[in-house]
Design a protein around this ligand. Sequence first.
Ligand SMILES: [Zn+2]
Length: 132
Amino acid sequence: MCDEDGQDYEGRYRQYIKENWLPVMDSRAYTCGFCGREVSSHIGLQRHDRWVTADSLSSGALNERLIEVRTCPQCWAATTFGAKEQYPKPLLGDSFDARDKSDDVKLIVALYNDARTALSQGALVYLRQLHP
Ligand SMILES: [Zn+2]
């Protein structure tokens, strides 16, 4: 069944249920890796996976993992949470407003912000000092 805008929301929801994704039932406080704000989100999906490996087969122990995807109530970007990790991570360092600064300062702040974003997304960043 499609809505007037052509989206099959019921079909998508059934697919989420089929793949063990369920709506979250509580709020989660975190620092958004996109906008940098401290937020509390109650919108998202979670999935609880259980599996057996060759090593755990003899003991009968189950491996378990809870994954959540939360939507930031400020910028609406999605953040993924594992057992102890968050992706993207909160931005490192302070933010700077360079709007009323010189072009040189604006360039340095832009590079700094690119490095902050890359680090929050797990990318390795190699910064080199430029000499004239
Ligand atoms: Zn955000």
